[in-house]
Design a protein around this ligand. Structure first.
Ligand code: FMN
Ligand code: SF4
Length: 676
């Protein structure tokens, strides 16, 4: 561990006009939590209060729209006129009260409002009524396939809209303004070599729009008002601009404007061919699950060198897939960025900067980078920003832990995500808690769900159970391993509350011979294979039955050079819910590994060393070394039934109720435990 004297994360840093108390910044994150006109709500204040209290050097309020027709989610913050200033002051106040700098990012959609439609859109429209989908040429549509072309006059009006919003931000008390010149918003697609083609007005100068916005902002706010725009520094597209182009054409003009720092991102949502065949350009924005950690670091280092070669000294901010203190330190290390900005790690544990500052970094709940929108829907639609791991996020006031005056005896059955979350929180509130686990280890599914050998970042899945286990140990929760909770045990212990968190079991299909094959070991459930490790499967061809749950295992085997077939009874491939947004990448990789999902296949019977299937109406005998069954899950809860009529309060959480994501288990537990 680093000491505060040597830890680069804790060194204060000054730009031309701002002093950051440390190098940790909360990245702009659109929350979708405003009221229906874009004003700040209590929930918005709660979210930013939690972030600011976490100890960041600066907290940047997420994309805030400058004109109504550029919204991308219905509850996006707005800064449309001066009446918005007062409610924005609340955000500034909670950030300043926590001794952090307050920034706000200004935004206008451009092509992005066309994303998120669940119905066909009229040409040029966004999915939210009154919004538009348009760009400098409309040749690279995002969402709406028939976007419009932004008229010259509209560009000029938007320059004024941005600058007026910046003036309002200054009046609200913000220390700096960030501009969303990235990912697919109108300023970025105007910078784009692909989307900005064929214009014959002044905006054929691709940088002009950004430049005018910054210049007009300086006219209204004063040249010394700090600006930290966020730009795509490399589009990562074949034919798009790359870092060298950016350094030659855009960086000098940014520098000439006297910005305080450059917030660098490296991907775009435009529908074009990615330069890197392994990582799509869009995946570098939000840092797709398989995308390497610190994916932006090599770019930042090249940027630093390229700027130095041109004599440009400009503080840099880097972000994307940075979850551990080691990764954070690498991003602010020699020759890299001056600050790092985090988004998902901030939501999953807003207190991580404080933990680093106080020398408690082992207590950081490292982000699994799964589930921000699995729970609440996509942020481009109706979803709100949140965290699967951190149920309290944005509810901190309601969820504040209040020590109980009437401790209850709480018996928890099941040491997975739901059971552990419940145990930790109940203990913090002051209840008398005993946590029982049937197996020899805590962790539940999450402890082994990432046991793949060839798929990257899978070890991150275990970050969550590891953190839970650490907290259980720190709080001294009474844990009884290798003990199955029965009705008799409960009646003998006489708890006030029983929490059933016994998870789910594979929903085995009724197929002739399957039971015997499972008993002999020829057939194995996916749970068993992952627990024991895929390398324990015998030599020879493998059949995975159940593509929705089994695709990642089949892919892992295929990438490890194993011969594998992936079969499923359903007509169409439907990925398991927990695969979430990485399902596109999974399918892409499956294609590259030559793995096909064979759908509409019936499993007739299972022998020892062979199967009979029916595919396209034809029976086929398949010889294989092992059959892995990945049939989906069914709730496992014998206890609630057995306790019915006993007078004991029973609460069910997580998969024991209905199999879903681990985030649902955590959120249910977090809610119920506060209502004991
Ligand atoms: C829910 C959510 C909302 C986001 N909103 C914004 C935003 O308003 N402005 C922006 O520039 N980037 C936004 N991003 C991108 C993040 O700021 C960040 O660059 C990206 O998530 C990669 O960093 P991470 O790996 O720390 O999450 C958002 C990301 C998420 C997951
Ligand atoms: S839940 Fe999926 S889409 Fe949402 S942030 Fe996490 S990985 Fe991305």
């Amino acid at each position: 561990m680093q000491t505060s004297q040597t830890d680069p994360l804790l060194e204060p840093f000054s730009t031309a006009r701002l002093t950051f108390k440390n190098r940790m910044v909360h990245a702009p994150t659109t929350m979708n939590m405003s009221d229906d006109r874009g004003y700040v709500t209590r929930q918005t204040v709660g979210a930013y209060e939690a972030l600011a209290a976490g100890g960041f050097g600066a907290v940047c309020v997420g994309a805030t729209c400058v004109r109504w027709d550029g919204l991308i989610n219905e509850r996006m913050l707005g800064f449309y006129d001066d009446t918005y200033i007062i409610s924005q002051r609340e955000l500034v106040e909670v950030i300043h009260n926590n001794d952090a700098l307050a920034g706000i990012q200004l935004f206008y959609g451009g092509l992005i409002p066309g994303v998120g439609a669940t119905f066909p859109l009229e040409p040029g429209k966004g999915w939210i009524p009154g919004t538009v989908s348009w760009g400098p040429s409309g040749k690279y549509p995002i969402g709406n396939q028939q976007p419009g072309v932004v008229p010259t006059e509209t560009y000029r009006e938007l320059v004024e809209a941005y600058a007026q919003a910046a003036r309002r931000a200054k009046e609200a008390g913000y220390d700096y303004v960030s501009f969303h010149f990235c990912h697919g918003s109108l300023p970025h697609v105007t910078l784009s070599l692909l989307e900005n083609q064929g214009r014959n007005d002044e905006y054929s100068d691709r940088f002009l729009f950004c430049e005018q916005i910054l210049q007009r902002t300086q006219e209204l706010c004063g040249k010394d008002f700090p600006l930290i725009p966020r730009l795509v520094c490399d589009e990562n597209f074949v034919g798009g601009y790359d870092l060298d182009y950016f350094i030659e054409h855009y960086a000098p003009r940014l520098h000439a404007l006297g910005i305080d720092a450059l917030d660098c991102t490296f991907g775009s949502m435009l529908p074009a061919q990615s330069r890197d065949p392994e990582v799509s350009s869009g995946e570098v924005i939000g840092g797709g699950f398989y995308v390497p950690n610190l994916v932006a670091l090599p770019y930042i280092k090249r940027m630093r060198e390229g700027l130095a070669a041109r004599g440009i000294a400009m503080p840099l901010m880097g972000s994307c897939n940075i979850n551990t203190p080691e990764q954070m330190r690498a991003m602010v290390g020699d020759g890299a960025a001056d600050f790092f900005a985090s988004c998902r790690q901030s939501l999953d544990d807003p207190d991580f900067p404080r933990k680093i500052t106080e020398g408690r970094e082992e207590e950081i709940r490292k982000s699994t980078r799964t589930g921000a929108s699995l729970l609440a829907g996509n942020i481009f639609g109706k979803g709100v920003a949140g965290s699967a791991q951190n149920a309290a996020f944005s509810r901190d006031r309601e969820y504040r832990l209040v020590p109980t005056l009437q401790p209850k005896k709480v018996l928890i059955a099941g040491g997975g995500s739901g059971g552990m979350e419940y145990a930790i929180t109940a203990r913090q509130i002051g209840h008398d808690v005993t946590l029982y686990e049937k197996g020899g280890e805590l962790g539940g599914v999450m402890a082994w769900a990432g046991n793949y050998r060839t798929l990257p970042n899978m070890e991150q899945i275990a970050y969550q159970p590891d953190w839970h286990k650490l907290m259980i140990a720190k709080l001294g929760v009474d844990v009884r391993l290798n003990t199955e909770v029965t009705a008799d045990l409960v009646l003998a212990e006489k708890p006030d509350i029983v929490v059933v968190a016994t998870g789910a079991v594979p929903a085995l299909p009724d197929v002739a011979g399957l039971d015997a094959a499972l008993a002999s070991g020829f057939a194995r459930t996916i749970d068993r294979v992952l627990r024991e490790g895929p390398e324990t499967l015998p030599e020879g061809p493998i059949v995975v039955w159940g593509s929705g749950e089994g695709i990642e295992l089949a892919l892992d085997l295929a990438r490890a050079g194993r011969q594998v077939r992936l079969l499923d009874a359903a007509e169409r491939f439907v990925p398991a819910a927990y695969i979430g947004s990485r399902s596109k990448a999974v399918l892409n990789w499956a294609g590259k590994a030559g793995l096909e999902t064979e759908q509409g296949v019936r499993l007739e019977d299972v022998g020892n060393g062979s199967l009979r299937i029916v595919k396209d109406g034809k029976a086929e005998a398949l010889a294989c070394a092992a059959l892995v069954v990945a049939p989906g899950r069914t709730a496992h809860d014998p206890l609630s039934q057995a306790l019915r009529g006993s007078g004991i309060t029973v609460q069910r959480v997580g998969d024991a109720r209905t199999p879903r994501s681990y985030g649902n288990a955590i959120h249910e537990a977090a809610y119920l435990v506060r209502h004991i």
